[in-house]
Ligand binder design. Structure first.
Ligand SMILES: Nc1ncnc2c1ncn2[C@@H]1O[C@H](COP(=O)(O)OP(=O)(O)OP(=O)(O)O)[C@@H](O)[C@H]1O
Ligand SMILES: [Mg+2]
Length: 293
């Protein structure tokens, strides 16, 4: 595999996050297409209850079932709560007892209220997938706040629970998320003031939480900056466009100069949300020259 963004993200967990609406799902889908194209056995995993990753790969929603998309690429929209229930079912030898437990209100209260449980279950699932079945799991990791919770959960649970299988699981998963060879975070942003500010904040919090800086910053949806230069008396939309470009340029420079790690840029492409856009972005990523440090 040639050097570049894709080669540097070719194994382990690739955790994609950023502010709401910046293009996390688009980038996660594009990354997984490019990774599979490069020969990596890739799982694109969604945990968003809105389940919309299928739109990016041009398939119908599966209701949680795995979907084989292309050679080496599988899509799965995970429902953490179902995973917990399934775990109970497989661990309890007597089916009737398992069913009674799953129907019990106290069970629901416990599962809904246990802090970090869903996050641990997701990471434990990722860990299992990486044991032989897949080379890389791309996790479309929801917006900033929730993403931070996802990566912090193992450390918080490991602190709070001493001894027992749950504590051991938490400690193991803390090892996974803080190992830069097995877990890489990709922060997606646009070159706009609010997302850029949130990106720096999130990058700092993530580094503090897991002790590892983000592997890659993706500046997404960059508008082309080669429009004709505006002149006095020109039409209002062009003036507005020029102002927008000037703002974009300012934020882009701020992002690039304030970022010490690897950066890659993706253009805004005149395509609707969907598979054609994901494939086009995958081609950009596959050719992206800047390899993460
Ligand atoms: N490079 C791009 N070029 C053109 N449109 C894009 C690009 N990236 C994303 N978009 C558009 O931006 C919108 C948001 O993208 P997406 O759903 O991937 O964002 P998100 O960060 O996952 O959002 P959410 O926080 O709601 O999960 C979509 O309509 C998508 O088509
Ligand atoms: Mg999304």
């Amino acid at each position: 595999m040639s050097k570049g963004v894709i080669a540097a993200l070719a194994n382990g967990l690739v955790f994609v996050t950023g502010k709401g609406g910046v293009g996390k799902s688009a980038v996660a889908a594009a990354l997984s297409l490019a990774l599979a194209e490069a020969g990596r056995r890739t799982l694109l995993l969604g945990i968003d209850p809105r389940e919309n990753l299928h739109e990016w790969l041009g398939v119908a929603p599966s209701g949680g079932e795995r979907l084989a998309i292309a050679p080496g690429l599988v899509l799965e929209s995970l429902r953490p709560r179902l995973l917990i229930d399934r775990e109970v079912e497989t661990r309890m030898p007597i089916r009737l007892l398992a069913r009674q437990l799953l129907a019990h209100p106290l069970y629901h209260q416990f599962v809904d209220g246990a802090p970090g449980l869903e996050e641990l279950v997701v990471l434990a699932y990722v860990e299992r997938c990486l044991h032989g079945e897949f080379d890389v799991v791309v996790l479309d990791g929801a917006a900033s706040g929730h993403a931070l919770g996802q990566l912090l959960a193992p450390a918080l649970v490991a602190e709070a629970v001493r001894g027992g299988p749950f504590a051991r699981l938490a400690a193991r998963l803390r090892g996974l998320v803080s190992d830069p060879r097995r877990c890489r975070t990709v922060l997606v942003t646009t070159a706009e003031e609010m997302p850029a500010a949130e990106t720096f904040e999130l990058a700092e919090e993530l580094t503090a939480a897991i002790g590892v800086p983000a592997a890659l910053l993706v500046i997404n949806q960059l508008a082309p900056d080669d429009l004709p230069v505006a002149r006095a008396g020109e039409a209002a939309p062009l003036v507005l466009w020029r102002r927008r470009l000037a703002r974009q340029q300012r934020e882009r420079e701020r992002l690039r100069s304030g970022w010490s790690g690897a950066v890659t840029e993706l253009p805004w492409l005149p395509l609707p949300r969907g598979a054609a856009l994901a494939h086009a972005l995958a081609e950009w990523l596959a050719a992206a020259p800047e390899a993460p440090a």
